[in-house]
Ligand binder design. Structure first.
Ligand SMILES: [Zn+2]
Length: 466
């Protein structure tokens, strides 16, 4: 029997162990998509206790706690930090075989040097040990980022954001690059006329443009895009149910914009046409400044109205959607490609039924200009675990070039999530190790070691070229 989570965790073969310990482990982390707060990095926030860094805002953990019968009071409610931690510790033994079990213990080990398994029996000593470290003066969020050997971070930011925190971080001389990423989802949310109009007003103010037409709306967005560019942004991201690529005319879009600005509801077709236009225009914008674009496709969000009304979005009531995607995605990418305006692109799917669909879609638009110009992104959200990562890498290996993969990203809201890169790296090395032991690929450690180092860091570094 193997020891639980020792140094060879997930590394089943000698080759895998060699690849991980001699190649993967030493590489810095290039975290090109996450949701951590630039404000907290700018302020170099510290934490009074483990609940603040672990359970505030972590909807993965809340979901498991609710499933385990824990009252909302201990997830998002007014229970004390200790009470919340106690309920999490009670839940952890029930998370066996869920990635939370692995993440929890990887984080305790990596950042706090704790080898114990979290349960009600160990809750108090782990609480005390973590809190002593967190309040020791060497566990600020920048310290944690340094401990994880992070080299670059891209946050997720709205076009109206003034990016003051990114500038403050840069001016402070922090050695880790913390760059903004452009996420203009709100500029497409025309299904809610009040929300959209409120957003257009915010945009008008941020861009200092009077928005009285669709053209003015685009001028304002383009000014913000340039502002993001001036602040080091080279990457966009879109969260979408599916891709949108309905035909439309300029006149139709102008009329749709005027209609929503006069506070009238749009029809389903009008919404689709507007979103299609925006995705294309954002693609053109990204291309004009040499950015990379990312599409996170396939979440079905806010499914529980009662709890959405109480707790808001991103609180653990989203799941995998099943809207068809192949035809509109190909049409959108093809339109940009026909005009020679298709940027480097990363596609992420949330429905695992679509793995092979995405892995083949990228092949349609590889044009030899850059290695791996079109990327099939790493297992994301519900697929961000051993099985999901293996399936994503197997689909990419079978249908594309794994060696050109830009690898893992945390997509996290927590500073302790950098262990997900370790989890990914171990899984990658294990896949390659098994192939070697099976005689399916040569035991050429130079070739394999280089490939591992590239997927862990070098590919992303040269691909994004920040
Ligand atoms: Zn994300």
């Amino acid at each position: 029997m193997k020891k639980f989570m020792d140094e060879n965790f997930l590394l089943q073969t000698e080759t895998a162990q060699k690849l991980y310990h001699e190649h993967a482990a030493k590489m810095p982390i290039f975290d090109y998509h996450c949701h951590i707060s630039p404000k907290e990095i700018a302020e170099d926030k510290t934490f009074d206790n483990i609940t603040q860094i672990w359970l505030y805002g972590d909807h993965y953990k809340w979901r498991a706690m609710r499933t385990n019968g824990v009252d909302e009071r201990y997830c998002t409610g007014d229970a004390s930090d200790w009470e919340k931690f106690e309920k999490w510790a009670e839940t952890v033994p029930h998370t066996l075989r869920n990635p939370l079990y692995h993440w929890t213990h990887l984080e305790l080990k990596k950042f706090f040097g704790i080898d114990k398994v979290l349960s009600p029996d160990t809750a108090k000593e782990i609480w005390d040990e973590c809190n002593a470290k967190l309040t020791s003066g060497s566990y600020s969020c920048r310290d944690i980022i340094r401990m994880a050997n992070v080299d670059t971070i891209c946050t997720t930011d709205d076009p109206v954001d003034n990016l003051e925190h990114h500038r403050a971080i840069k001016e402070s001389g922090f050695e880790v690059k913390v760059l903004p990423a452009w996420r203009p989802d709100k500029a497409m949310m025309v299904e809610d006329k009040d929300f959209f109009n409120d957003y257009v007003d915010q945009l008008a103010e941020a861009a200092n443009v009077e928005i009285d037409s669709f053209d003015a709306f685009m001028v304002a967005l383009d000014k913000r895009h340039q502002f993001f560019h001036d602040n080091g942004c080279r990457l966009s991201d879109h969260g979408l149910d599916t891709a949108f690529a309905e035909d439309y005319s300029e006149a139709e879009i102008n009329a749709i914009f005027d209609k929503i600005r006069s506070l009238k509801n749009l029809s389903a077709t009008e919404i689709l046409k507007f979103k299609s236009c925006m995705l294309y225009e954002f693609g053109i914008m990204d291309n004009s400044r040499g950015w990379t674009q990312q599409f996170h496709i396939g979440a079905q969000r806010n499914n529980n109205t009662r709890l959405f009304n109480k707790l808001g979005p991103d609180t653990g009531f989203d799941s995998i959607g099943d809207v068809p995607v192949a035809a509109p995605l190909a049409k959108l990418l093809n339109r940009l490609d026909l005009e020679d305006k298709l940027s480097k692109t990363i596609l992420y799917n949330l429905n695992p039924r679509d793995n092979e669909l995405y892995a083949t879609m990228i092949g349609n638009f590889q044009d030899g200009s850059v290695p791996g110009k079109m990327q099939y992104g790493s297992g994301w959200w519900f697929l961000d675990q051993k099985d999901g990562m293996e399936k994503q890498m197997n689909a990419l290996s079978n249908l594309g070039l794994l060696s050109r993969f830009v690898g893992m990203l945390t997509d996290s809201r927590s500073f302790l999530s950098y262990t997900r890169h370790e989890y990914f790296r171990r899984t990658l090395c294990n896949l390659l190790g098994n192939d070697v032991e099976n005689g399916e690929i040569p035991a050429n450690m130079e070739l394999l070691g280089e490939m591992v180092e590239n997927i862990c860091y070098n590919n992303a570094k040269s691909y994004f070229n920040f």
